[in-house]
Design a protein around this ligand. Structure first.
Ligand code: NAD
Ligand code: MG
Length: 352
């Protein structure tokens, strides 16, 4: 950014935004709303609100799809008034993004206990009737939302859950207060700042060159297999987590690693999934299953996996009572990782 633009920015003139790309302008606008409560409150005037009830988003069915309706501040104030709630409750909303035209997007949960208003939570059936929608479990609806809404509602649910479970300071026990945007909470007595956290999880597709290793946990739907996954322990690098988790879960030693992609995964809490491919030492492919962690694990041939990728889950039981194996849905990073292995040879770069 040129000096002139830098000086102009300090005067917050429009000119400096004109030189920046839309994405940079949008990112800086969101940064400003997180840092400046007054700017964030002002943005609510022209913003759009996504509503939740006990972490379930308000959705409307449209054919096989779900739509996520937005509500203006005026509509929200009218709704709260209709149910005898003061508009103070809107202070519980969290900033979750904005449009390219800098229309800020917020999420507000009408079912969780409010820390800003004395009123009780709103009753779900009445609100659903008024808004002609239904508060739907996100995990069920995720398959039928468009990519933008799925990502936005996942972020919103994670942030709303985080605020609901971090109402008090873990050191003083005193109440914490969120800033207008909901990007942090501060302890009212010792000023400790708490930031929303995601737990890093590695998800690894281990291969021996021709086959890949898939596993299932006992609570997986019948027949579903996925890549190995595990939370990073404190102090570990990602490479160390991959090595440990594969050794822990299937008793194998990985030797090379290739980073693939990452994904925010809101279930059951907020995880940051970091997806990698890994290879095992040739000839050292005997699986020694850790039954504490997994129900089953096996090597699968390329052709078997390619067929399973095309199978819609959940697959119906066969005559012999078996469930042919199937894979996580397309929006799960496990599916993308497995699809990547099927479709193109992986160039392993990192030694583990
Ligand atoms: N998006 C996807 O494609 C995909 C695929 C597989 C798993 N996952 C997710 O990855 C996560 C980890 O999978 P896993 O269960 O095999 O992990 P895992 O193998 O580490 O086993 C889970 C255990 O890890 C311990 N643990 C350590 N840190 C934890 C933390 N921060 N939160 C919760 N438990 C913690 C707990 O004892 C827990 O029982 C799960 O939340 C799962 O939903 C996502
Ligand atoms: Mg695991």
């Amino acid at each position: 950014m040129s000096l002139y633009c830098g000086i102009a920015c300090r005067r917050k003139s429009f000119w400096c935004y004109r030189q920046l790309s839309t994405y940079v302008t949008k990112t800086r606008y969101l940064f400003e709303l997180k840092e400046d409560d007054d700017a964030c409150k002002k943005a609510q005037q022209t913003g759009a609100f996504y509503l939740f009830h006990n972490l379930a988003p308000l959705l409307q069915k449209s054919g096989h799809q779900y739509l996520a309706p937005q509500h203006s501040l005026f509509e929200l104030e009218r709704l709260l008034g209709k149910f005898g709630q003061d508009s103070q409750r809107i202070e519980d909303s969290v900033l979750i993004g904005c449009s390219e035209q800098q229309e800020a997007w917020f999420a507000l949960d009408l079912g969780l206990n409010s820390s800003s208003s004395i009123n009780a939570s709103l009753q779900k059936p009445e609100v659903e009737k008024e808004l002609t929608g239904s508060f739907t479990e996100l995990r069920k609806a995720l398959y039928q939302l468009n990519v933008k809404d799925a990502s936005l509602l996942s972020t919103a649910q994670a942030l709303l859950r985080w605020h609901d479970t971090h109402q008090f300071c873990s050191r003083s026990g005193q109440p914490t207060k969120k800033n207008m945007a909901g990007s942090k909470r501060v302890c009212s007595s010792n000023q400790i700042i708490y930031y929303p956290q995601m737990a890093p999880v590695v998800i690894t597709l281990v291969s021996d060159g021709t086959r890949c290793l898939l596993a299932r946990q006992s609570f997986f739907p019948k027949g579903m297999y996925s890549a190995l996954a595990g939370f990073c322990d404190i102090g570990e690098s990602l490479e160390e987590t991959v090595r440990r988790e594969v050794a822990e879960e299937v008793g194998l030693e990985v030797e090379r690693l290739h980073y693939s992609a990452s994904q925010h995964w809101p279930f059951p809490n907020s995880s940051l999934m970091i997806a990698c491919h890994a290879t095992v030492k040739p000839g050292q492919t005997e699986i020694r299953l850790n039954l504490r962690e997994l129900e089953a694990a096996a090597w699968f041939r390329h052709d078997e996996v390619a067929i399973a990728l095309r199978r819609n889950n959940p697959y119906t039981q066969q005559q012999n009572g078996a469930f042919p194996f199937w894979l996580p849905p397309k929006f799960a990073i496990a599916h993308q990782l497995i699809k990547e292995w099927v479709e193109k040879p992986i160039r392993f770069t990192l030694p583990v």
